[in-house]
Design a protein. Structure first.
Length: 600
């Protein structure tokens, strides 16, 4: 079918898996919702070599339709569902890490599930397979990890339902996980996401061939119902933009397909193909079992609140979302990040712009961003803090300061920060100031940045940075969470600097603010003598392409501090061209200012 039918499912087959292994546990597995399973078999695959210290193990958790075959083991092996990210030299480098992926409990690829034999009857469980939860899946994974002699995982990584497993690992076995990487996931499905799952299950159960789940051993099974469920699900994995790009121009030109579902439109033939292919490799009872486990997952309710659940974790976090994902919307990832911040755990977060929707984490379109983040995060977790430029990392030197590249203010700002205090850097850019602070020994560091490329650069420098728009305030942070809050060359870019200043001094005991002085003589001359908006060495932006929305002088800022009841402990005025401090009429002769502040 070529590129017209390419999707995240394209490489998946139901063929043999020669590298798959199984392990059976005779001890009963007590289930969260009641009952037990015994014996229990788990099917898994491993890649790479476990280090002598057993400290390089990475567990990858798959989504609803995935399995243990995350990647090909060699050129002759069938492709895995995440070949683009897992393998030698890839983001999850099997030359460095011992990678493990297990088919989940309730699955249909070797792990005990509805198609397995019920020892009480000698027949497949079918619809009598007990209701399971994400917690049950993780408990079986824990047994496998124990049996393999791995005391602590370097990282647990997963997207969608796999991300739910990551969250459960962090909350239930925080001492067994050094790093958690939930991607395109949530702690609790939206009502809309639940609705699509309900329709999918009804489609399966309404198929006459379903026979109440007792279709094993018969010539026909609920193929139509399962195909419809997959078509419904597949729509939710795509974004409106990606569907328009794939199907809008030739919507009345369907492709020929071998499956007997409506294919009048190009999008119809695409869905018919995806549904038909899915039936060839998946089980209807498993679809019902796993989708119900996803729907029941509510990490906050299980522990009293989301904050309480994540306080149980003791790991580092990398959270990734995608802006066009309407099935697991970015707002839900931000809820997770806010709870992690409240728990004062180290976290990096990025919401990646893409047209690919929920499926973005399985596609190569945005691999440079999400793969780069995962690669840097794993390396940092394994090796500790990464020195700038170390380990072959390429720093994105094209990521510029919001103000300009001549950052003569950094040394002065460093001198204002006592050693060993906690620092929140708002608008941290490529992390240069944070890197300097870390080299000096500061450990409690967190950056806030809007630009995704800058966040990737910070991750490659081994820094924790969360993506957040300062226009939304600093609500995720508690009162006095940091000793110092920095706002360097960013004040002039926010719509309500007065509100942001007050928020800074709520979150931090002291604030440090630096900004360009629009009262500088060069700015005055251009405006007064030439009648044009200033463009200077310190203000290199034209009026129509400037990120600056506030044009303030040193005197303006000092007046605002008086109005807000903010105490100015120190003012440093700079002539950045000469690289020196200015004491004579700084509002005229300085092009940059730094203030050390606190609440009055």
């Amino acid at each position: 079918m070529g590129g017209a039918f390419q999707s995240s499912d394209s490489s998946r087959t139901n063929g043999p898996r020669p590298h798959a292994r199984t392990m059976t546990f005779d001890e009963p597995l007590a289930l969260q919702l009641g009952g037990e399973l015994a014996p229990v078999t788990v099917c898994y695959e491993t890649y790479g070599t476990l280090s002598e210290r057993r400290d390089n193990a990475v567990l990858i958790c798959h989504a609803l339709s995935g399995d243990a075959h995350v990647a090909a083991h060699d050129p002759g092996d069938a492709p895995g569902w995440w070949d683009i990210a897992v393998g030698p030299g890839k983001a999850i480098d099997t030359d460095r890490y011992f990678v493990l992926c297990a088919n989940v409990l309730g699955g249909c690829y070797g792990t005990t599930g509805p198609g397995s034999t019920d020892p009480a009857t000698g027949e497949p469980y079918g619809a009598e397979f007990p209701a399971i939860t994400i917690a049950d899946m993780v408990e079986l994974q824990r047994r496998l990890i124990d049996a393999l002699g791995i005391e602590r995982l370097l990282a647990v990584i997963g997207g969608s339902m796999g991300g739910m497993q990551v969250l459960q690992w962090a909350a239930a076995y925080g001492d067994r996980v050094r790093a958690a990487v939930p991607i395109a996931t949530t702690h609790r499905l939206t009502a809309q996401a639940l609705a699509f799952d309900v329709v999918g299950r009804n489609a399966i159960r309404s198929d006459p061939a379903f026979r109440g789940g007792r279709y094993y051993g018969r010539r026909d099974g609920p193929a139509d119902g399962l195909a419809l469920a997959r078509m419904i699900g597949h729509i939710t994995y795509l974004s409106r933009q990606s569907m328009d790009e794939k199907f809008d121009a030739d919507r009345h030109e369907p492709r020929p397909v071998a499956y007997a579902y409506e294919s009048r439109y190009s999008v119809g033939s695409y869905l018919a193909y995806q549904g038909g292919r899915f039936v060839e490799r998946f089980d209807a009872n498993t679809y019902i079992t796993l989708s119900m486990a996803m729907d029941a997952f509510d990490l906050g309710a299980a522990h009293g609140s989301l904050n309480a659940a994540l306080k149980r974790a003791t790991c580092r976090w990398l959270v990734v979302s995608f802006d066009s994902d309407w099935l697991f919307p970015p707002a839900q990832s931000r809820q997770l990040v806010n709870a992690i911040i409240a728990a004062e755990q180290p976290v990096t977060y990025c919401n990646i712009p893409t047209q690919c929707g929920h499926d973005a984490f399985l596609l190569a379109d945005d691999l440079d961003m999400y793969g780069g983040l995962v690669e840097a995060f794993l390396a940092r977790t394994l090796n500790g803090t990464i020195d700038d430029g170390a380990a072959g990392w390429h720093l994105h030197t094209d990521v510029r300061s919001i103000f300009h590249d001549n950052r003569v203010d950094l040394d002065r700002i460093m001198a204002l920060i006592p050693a060993g205090v906690g620092v929140l850097d708002l608008g941290c850019g490529d992390g240069e100031l944070m890197s300097r602070l870390r080299r000096r020994g500061t450990r409690d560091l967190l950056g806030v940045e809007l630009n995704g490329e800058a966040i990737l650069t910070c991750a490659r420098r081994g820094l924790d940075v969360v993506q957040h728009d300062l226009r939304d305030g600093l609500a995720p942070f508690r009162d006095r969470q940091f000793e110092i809050v920095l706002l360097s060359q960013t004040l002039q870019t926010v719509l309500r600097p007065d509100r942001l200043l007050l928020e800074m001094l709520r979150v931090g005991e002291k604030g440090i603010v630096s900004f360009p002085n629009f009262g500088h003589r060069d700015c005055r001359r251009q405006l007064a003598e030439e009648g044009i908006s200033p463009v200077t060495g310190g203000l290199p932006f034209t009026w129509y392409a400037s990120p600056n929305v506030r044009f303030l002088s040193i005197r303006d800022f000092e007046s605002l501090c008086v109005e807000l009841g903010i105490r100015i402990h120190r003012r440093i005025a700079l002539d950045t061209a000469a690289g020196c401090e200015v004491h004579d009429d700084p509002n005229l002769n300085a092009d940059m200012a730094i203030f050390l502040l606190s609440r009055g």
